[in-house]
Design a protein around this ligand. Structure first.
Ligand SMILES: Nc1ncnc2c1ncn2[C@@H]1O[C@H](COP(=O)(O)OP(=O)(O)OP(=O)(O)O)[C@@H](O)[C@H]1O
Ligand SMILES: [Mg+2]
Length: 144
């Protein structure tokens, strides 16, 4: 059960808790953990219309920032004694990419937070999580 768990990491306290939960499950089921961060490209398209080189520059900066975030998460996973951990950065719409990557990686479970960086308390579920639950046929573990 749950041989491959994907954790959607956005740098929020919610995704941090989703990671903690995934680590516990991975220890129980001896699972691989895939850490995914999606760099939103929607706003970036505006930059691209003005300057392709600025677009590339901003994109690679954002990619580095994403990788740093994932490296922190990876350290935490390894510290807990899990060796089988992979980092992945994707570009595009977060929900779409989480669903696509979960399919292409063939994961059994997606661990995700109830909310994320926007984190409005009166919103029960963030829009990324809502879409992932609607669009993915994978089990989704939504962590508060
Ligand atoms: N860019 C992203 N890359 C990876 N995972 C993400 C990303 N954005 C959100 N997530 C995942 O989705 C969870 C819920 O975040 P979501 O974006 O739905 O809520 P929000 O930021 O509070 O609200 P909204 O984005 O709808 O304004 C996060 O805890 C995280 O697990
Ligand atoms: Mg969000």
């Amino acid at each position: 059960m749950y041989k491959k768990i994907m954790v959607a990491i956005d740098g929020s306290e919610y995704s941090e808790r989703a990671l903690d939960r995934a680590i516990n499950l991975a220890k129980t089921f001896n699972s691989q953990i895939i850490l995914l961060n999606v760099v939103k490209t929607e706003e970036l398209e505006i930059v691209r219309q003005y300057s392709e080189s600025s677009y590339e520059l901003v994109k690679s900066y954002l990619e580095q920032t994403a990788d740093k975030l994932l490296t922190e998460a990876e350290k935490k996973v390894r510290k807990k004694g899990i060796e089988d951990v992979v980092k992945k950065v994707a570009f595009g719409d977060p929900a779409e990419k989480i669903v696509d990557e979960a399919d292409s990686e063939g994961v059994d479970l997606i661990a995700i937070g109830t909310r994320g960086l926007t984190g409005v308390k009166r919103v029960v579920l963030g829009s990324t999580t809502q879409k992932v639950m609607r669009w993915s046929n994978k089990d989704v573990l939504v962590v508060h």
